[in-house]
Design a protein around this ligand. Structure first.
Ligand code: CTP
Ligand code: CA
Length: 232
């Protein structure tokens, strides 16, 4: 909890946050999912609310308590998340996609539980690509709207975390991309986080490290700075 009263610098702004991780059903009892817990998105929703925003939180499979005063829209699949975002998109000044959106889903949904077979064989699960919700938001961005993405990256043979993050920032075209290094002691399900803020051209705007609430506060500051710069 912050010691001093939070500034009410988001008063009058409508903020849409997606959090958690989408699940794609394989059959009535199984799904493809990911490890996102929703903590960063929930911290952001709480921060934005406390600073005076009207907040809608689209929550994909999150088991956390809803922050006070925030409207929660629970969803399971990427299609449901996409529909919920579509419904609230036009009424939002700031949209932040913290959710880990499943990149693929099973091409077909079994109508009954897939049973083990006596011969030990198992049919492969065919996958199809999900729509990119963030790309859709950027493509249809309204005047004065700020669209923010998150990206979790690891370094690999092609380049380090920043290299991949910069490429993603340019590819996605969001006003702000919060770049998150995964695979160390920060990331999924941990109380702390560390992010670098990138502009749409890949340039670094700043960074934040600490609790997910600290990172949320820094992200709000970045959004306000961008909005002030673009309204001048
Ligand atoms: N995202 C989205 N819809 C998808 C996939 C991702 O809206 N189908 C959003 C996430 O919510 C996040 C941002 O895009 O804000 C970046 O997600 P990430 O998984 O890092 O990017 P991808 O383009 O899916 O690239 P990768 O191949 O690295 O997973
Ligand atoms: Ca992805």
């Amino acid at each position: 909890e912050p010691a001093a009263a939070a500034p009410r610098d988001l008063e009058g702004l409508r903020v849409l946050v997606t959090a958690g991780g989408t699940r794609e059903p394989i059959d009535p009892v199984r799904f493809l999912g990911n490890r996102s817990t929703g903590m960063q998105g929930y911290a952001l929703a709480a921060e934005a609310r406390e600073r005076g925003a009207d907040v809608v939180l689209v929550a994909a499979n999150v088991t956390l308590d809803a922050p006070d005063g925030v409207t929660v829209v629970p969803v399971e699949t990427t299609a449901q998340l996409s529909d919920a975002v579509d419904e609230h998109r036009e009424a939002s000044d700031v949209i932040v996609m913290t959710a880990a959106v499943a990149d693929f889903r099973p091409a077909r949904l079994g109508d009954h539980k897939t049973k083990k077979r006596a011969d030990g064989e198992i049919a492969p699960i065919e996958l199809v690509v999900n729509p990119d919700v963030l790309a859709g938001l950027v493509a249809r961005r309204l005047p004065g709207q700020t669209v923010v993405g998150f990206a979790a990256e690891t370094g690999d043979d092609d380049g380090d975390v920043l290299f991949h993050g910069q490429a993603k920032a340019r590819r996605k075209g969001a006003d702000l991309l919060a770049l998150n290094e995964v695979g160390h002691d920060v990331g999924f399900g941990t109380p702390d986080n560390a992010v670098t803020f990138l502009a749409a051209d890949g340039s670094t705007l700043g960074s934040a490290e600490g609790s997910k609430r600290d990172v949320a506060a820094a992200l709000v500051d970045q959004v306000l700075a961008l909005r002030h710069a673009s309204s001048e």
